[in-house]
Each structure stands twice: as C-alpha cells, then as structure tokens.
Design a protein around this ligand. Structure first.
Ligand code: GLN
Length: 287
C-alpha cells in the first residue's frame, strides 16, 4: 500500500485480503472495519473515499485487517457487538452474541406474563445477551445470570454495568452442580443458551468459532448434556406456570421437547430463527 492511501483504496485492499484469507463475507467485514477505524460507513466511504487516510490510523487499520485475515473473530477485533440493538462488550474468552439468539429472547418475551416482581435466571449467561435482551423487552424482570468462566464473567459484569436500568446480577456458578443450584429459586422464568454442539463436531467448525471458548459450545457427546442438567436441577425450581426457554441447535427441537415433556412441562413449543431453522424451545410448568 502506497503512503498516501485513500480510504477507498484501503477498503478495497482489505476486502481483497480478507477474501484471499477465506473470510466468509469479506465485503461486510471490510466495511465494518472501516466504520470502526475511520467512522465511515458505506455512504461515508462514497463521500470521503478519495481522501487520504492519516498514517497512524492506516497502521491500526492494517493491523486489524491482518488479525482478521488470521481469522480472529471480527467481534473480538471490534471489541463490541450489537445484540437486539444493545451494544455489548466482547472479546477472547466469551461467546460472541449471535443474531439467532434473538429467536429465544423474543419467544420468551412473547410468553412471559406482564406482571410486576418476576424473578428468573439466565444459565450460562456469557456476555449477558439473553438476560439483557429479555429485560429490554420486559423491563423489571429481575434476573440472576449464572456463569462459570472467569473470563466470561469479566465481560458479563462489564455489560451489566453498562445497563444499570435493568435489575440483573452476575453470579459465578456451575449450572451442573447441585450445590451451586441449591440457593436459587423459585423461578418465574428460566432462560439459557447453553453449549449444545456435539463434541465431535467442534473441530470441524469454521476457524473463527474455534477461537471462541469451547466451554461455551461443547454440549458433550450428543450435544444435550446441559439440557439434561437443566431438566434435573433447574426445571424443578419453576413455580407453577413458570416459563422456560432455551436456545437449541437446529436438529435438537424434538430431543429437547422430549426432555421437557418427561420433566412434566406443558405448552411445549419449538420456535424458528430468522433463517427458518429450529432455534428455541419454550414450555411452562404445570399449574
Ligand atoms: N450457535 C452457536 C454456533 O453455532 C452455538 C452456541 C451454543 O453452543 N450455545 O456457533
């Protein structure tokens, strides 16, 4: 790249570099890097694209470009990612929020009674995306977020602190541990996006996902380990009429609905994400 590179040249070179590196959507990633470093969205690039980029800024941009070409997740490079319109802090050690997860949040919000004083938990809370998304739709629901990973807890606490209007707390705990579950409940609502990928599938995932914590992805041999723990330790804490909603892998709808049925829940429903894939299961405890 010549010294007086323009924003437009930098954008085009970045797109080409990311394409060669096998990045799935190089145009979008290059545009998001431009927005982050240059404060220029696509319209801004059209207007200011022929202006020369200051050298210091160009160096930062090129460094980020090389990290992205090395398949570091874009979310980690930017350090922030939106979920349901809420900017959340993300980085190494926590699962980046996915748009798919909005299907869980919306399905739970649609079934949650509009009553004051509701209390719930978000299990395997990660960034806090699910709890924050739910509170943004149903303000006033008090939620305890349970998260085991120290690194994830750092991001969780930062994100909760950014939204002090929502009554959400972080607690360190292992959702599979009867001791850790003991003190909590009874629950009006339980939400979770647990790890649900089959262990054998993990090494086949795209390089970006393999740089996310396997602890947030690995659901054990059949991918259902955490749903079993939820059924055994947490569903009994639901109050009569209490609501559960979990995110699932697209092929797990029947299996998870079956676990909920065995646990005696009613009104079991499978919900699709924006791509039309099964992505969440909700159910209620019998009254
Ligand atoms: N949807 C995530 C992925 O496919 C998986 C999230 C999870 O295991 N909870 O990368």
């Amino acid at each position: 790249m010549s010294k007086g590179a323009t924003y437009r040249e930098l954008y085009l070179a970045c797109r080409a570099r990311l394409q060669r590196a096998g990045v799935e959507d190089p145009g979008t990633d290059a545009a998001l890097l431009c927005r982050h470093f240059f404060s220029l969205d696509r319209a801004g690039l059209a207007v200011h694209g022929e202006e020369a980029c200051p050298e210091g800024l160009r160096e930062k941009f090129l460094q980020a470009q090389e990290e992205r070409a090395g398949r570091r997740p874009l979310q980690y490079i930017l350090g922030q990612w939106d979920f349901m319109g809420l900017p959340l802090k993300v980085g190494e050690g926590v699962l980046a929020p996915r748009e798919d997860t909005a299907a869980l949040v919306e399905a739970v919000a649609a079934r949650l009674p509009r009553r004051k004083g509701l209390y719930g938990v978000d299990l395997c809370a990660g960034t806090g995306a699910v709890a924050l998304g739910l509170c943004s739709l149903c303000p006033g629901v008090r939620i305890d977020c349970i998260e085991l990973s120290e690194k994830a807890l750092f991001f969780l606490r930062e994100n909760l602190a950014s939204y002090p209007q929502y009554p959400i707390q972080a607690r360190q705990g292992d959702i599979c541990s009867p001791q850790d579950a003991q003190a909590i409940g009874p629950l009006d609502v339980l939400v979770s996006n647990p790890p649900y990928i089959r262990s054998a599938v993990l090494p086949t995932l795209q390089p970006e996902v393999r740089r996310e914590p396997s602890m947030a992805l690995d659901g054990g041999g059949d991918g259902l380990g955490f749903y079993r723990a939820i059924a055994a330790l947490w569903l009994p804490k639901l109050k009569p009429g209490g609501l559960v909603g979990v995110e699932i892998g697209e092929e797990q709808g029947e299996a998870v609905a079956g676990l909920f049925r065995q646990a005696g829940l009613t009104g079991i429903a499978v919900h699709q994400d924006w791509a039309g894939l099964d992505r969440a299961v909700t159910a209620t405890a019998q009254v």
